[in-house]
Design a protein around this ligand. Structure first.
Ligand SMILES: [Zn+2]
Length: 313
């Protein structure tokens, strides 16, 4: 891994919040910049499932600017005052993006790092990228009988994510890379990878170009060869030039566009022996952890092809 600062890593993979691309939204009338961007620890250490950090802000969902509040449509307006949004200096919780669902889990106050649990527990039901680089943890406080807020800015909290959910999301996500790399290795002419979605209920990879259904079996066989060979999965930080030179596919929406300076590094996942992608998601240590993959269907529309897949176990 190249030597680079955490700050530059954060910059190089910042999430492009919709507010940054549209007309000024109500959030711009509120001084949100007083909160620093959250350091997304899962980008530099995917294996951190617990971590101690500090609370930056605790707000009711109803107190958020509209563009951030609209990220949590699963909460009805009547419930906004019962849900809280916590931001911290760092987080291990994956914020939804890049086709991968968010992590869930718990944060609880601690006396000091390494000491026992004390006080309040915050149950996290969703995690999203908010405006100005903050990662927003949505949830409810447990045992909040008297209505007081259990965390305050500066509280030391221990984060613990739902490992079962993270493990499944990482397997499905890595499986999507294997599907893309299988298609690449079969050298089907005129086909380039576009984007992917790695949700348990619906997982697919989209390609520009036509992939005939007759390829389904060969793609599935190749994916499961990668699984059997337990190809190592490693994360690197490369320059934009290295990404262009060495990656098998640069899916749309990945922040490798020029204009942010030469020193920015791009996060890349390499399925060693099969190929590399720019990627901000979480992965398994090697392809055998994905387990057997079934390629369900190849569908074609308007010159593009969609390969749906699922984990067999
Ligand atoms: Zn990935």
């Amino acid at each position: 891994m190249r030597k680079t600062t955490l700050q530059s890593l954060t910059l190089s993979f910042r999430y492009h919040h919709p507010c940054h691309h549209s007309r000024p939204q109500p959030c711009y009338r509120i001084n949100m910049t007083k909160f620093p961007p959250t350091i997304a620890l899962y980008q530099t250490n995917e294996d951190l499932w617990t971590h101690c950090t500090t609370v930056v802000a605790v707000r009711q969902l109803s107190q958020l600017p509209e563009c951030d509040r609209s990220l949590f449509k699963q909460v009805g307006e009547a419930e906004h005052d019962k849900h809280w949004v916590v931001t911290t200096t760092e987080t291990i919780f994956y914020a939804q993006g890049g086709g991968q669902p968010y992590d869930t889990g718990v944060m609880h106050t601690t006396l000091a790092e390494g000491e026992g649990v004390s006080g309040a527990r915050f149950l996290i039901s969703a995690v999203r990228h908010g405006s100005h680089g903050q990662i927003l943890h949505l949830g409810r406080f447990e045992s909040q009988g008297d209505g007081t807020v259990a965390f305050t800015p500066g509280s030391l909290v221990r984060q613990a994510l739902d490992g079962e959910r993270r493990g499944l999301n990482s397997r499905i996500h890595t499986g999507g890379h294997l599907v893309g790399l299988a298609v690449h290795s079969l050298q089907i002419p005129g086909v380039t990878e576009l984007k992917a979605q790695h949700y348990p209920e619906l997982s697919f990879v989209d390609f520009r170009g036509t992939i005939a259904s007759a390829h389904r079996e060969a793609i599935e066989t190749r994916v499961n060869e990668f699984v059997q060979r337990a190809l190592p999965v490693t994360v690197h930080w490369w320059t934009r030039q290295e990404v262009r030179d060495k990656c098998k596919a640069v899916p749309e929406g990945i922040p490798v566009a020029p204009g942010n300076g030469d020193e920015e590094m791009v996060r890349v996942v390499d399925i060693e022996g099969a190929g590399a992608y720019p990627c901000g998601g979480t992965h398994v240590p090697d392809a055998s952890h994905v387990g057997r993959v079934a390629v369900k269907k190849i569908s074609r529309s308007k010159g593009n092809s969609k390969i749906s897949y699922k984990l067999v176990v």
